[in-house]
Ligand binder design. Structure first.
Ligand code: PEP
Ligand code: MN
Length: 348
């Protein structure tokens, strides 16, 4: 951290700051100018507590943190990308991975039809919520374990891996029995008890960005999961709340390259929740490929007009197949770019 003292601080004031910084375990290096003194604290300590103590002193002008507050998920921790193996495929590697399926599991017929169609179109994971976080308590809340069993059946029939939401720490054990990837929904991104429990679940986690969460907060939530023992976290941009009403959320497309600069974790895009509108999904999905996402999670329903949740943003089976086909030339460019990056990394 760097501490800038107020103009013309006295020796006593400077020494007081120095001794507090040292007390927290840091080595101190000072630059003493004619008018102002700047103190650098280097090392390992309780940085938040130290900064708060120093900031509270009247003679201190500003305290700036230099290193990121997250450690395990930071690029500094690992040079290459984290590759997460799921059911024979790899997320964060050389393949662009698409996860697709309905918002909610509704019936055996619905999930089976969706699973077969998305597998045929090239998806590698089947999505579908069995526990649904709904804004209204009167809306469909999900089929719960029965829904998980239907997902398992669809996995057996198609070979697709399963990604499904877990809403509370008390459900982690149950959902982990059925899911290949446990999804944390936007509304639960800062459910810290859940994040801690997922640190011990033994399965990869798909962590969606909160509705009003910053990128730093998303990374701090991922840090909770990794710090509690689970390094396999996939991040997901799914749109954030802004003043704009033309779309359900505002797709923060730049979050993907920003995250790729800050973290080694794979990052995917959810163009369905990001837009809320079926007609916009293919274009935004294309943007996700172009900016270097590792994959997509897309809502697909055999009969969107009858969906119990998120029908307006769900593609039907034909629309999904067409989108996948239309994405192929972009995915080919994506692959070439990945190979180039891998060669450049190997040469370093
Ligand atoms: C979902 O994936 O259906 C969902 C509820 O998404 P989010 O948590 O991003 O709103
Ligand atoms: Mn949904």
């Amino acid at each position: 951290m760097i501490i800038s003292m107020k103009l013309h601080s006295t020796r006593e004031e400077i020494d007081q700051v120095t001794s507090i910084v040292q007390h927290f375990g840091y080595k101190v290096h000072s630059i003493e100018g004619e008018e102002r003194v700047v103190i650098g604290g280097v090392g390992v300590g309780d940085v938040t507590h130290c900064m708060e103590s120093v900031e509270a002193l009247p003679q201190v002008e500003k305290v700036v943190r230099i290193t990121a507050p997250y450690k395990f998920v930071s690029k500094e921790f690992r040079a290459g990308k984290t590759r997460i193996k799921v059911n024979g495929t790899e997320i964060g590697g050389g393949e662009f991975i698409v996860m697709a399926g309905p918002c909610s599991v509704e019936s055996e017929e619905q999930i089976m039809r969706a699973a077969e169609a998305v597998a045929k179109a090239g998806a590698k994971l089947l999505r579908g919520g069995a526990f649904k976080p709904r804004t209204s308590p009167y809306d469909f809340q999900g089929m719960e374990e029965e829904g998980l069993k239907l997902l398992q059946k669809a996995k057996k029939a198609t070979g697709l891996a399963i990604v499904t939401e877990v809403m509370g720490d008390n459900q982690v054990e149950l959902v982990a029995q059925y899911a290949d990837v446990l999804q944390v929904g936007a509304r639960n991104m800062q459910n810290f008890m859940l994040l801690k429990a997922l640190g011990k679940c033994g399965k990869p986690v798909l962590l969606k960005r909160g509705l009003s969460s910053s990128i730093k907060e998303l990374l701090m939530s991922a840090e909770y999961i990794t710090a509690h023992g689970n390094p396999d976290v996939i991040l997901c941009e799914r749109g954030i709340r802004t003043f704009e009403t033309a779309t359900r959320n505002t797709c923060d497309i730049s979050a993907i390259p920003v995250l790729n600069e800050l973290t080694h974790l794979p990052v995917i895009l959810d163009p369905s929740h990001a837009t809320g509108k079926r007609s916009l999904v293919p274009a935004v999905a294309r943007a996700g490929v172009a900016v270097g996402a590792d994959g997509l999670i897309v809502e697909v329903h055999p009969a969107p007009e009858r969906a119990v949740s998120d029908g307006a943003q769900s593609l039907d089976l034909m629309q999904f197949a067409r989108m996948m086909e239309d994405l192929q030339p972009y995915i080919a460019l994506w692959k070439a770019a990945r190979q180039k990056e891998a060669l450049a990394a190997a040469a370093r």
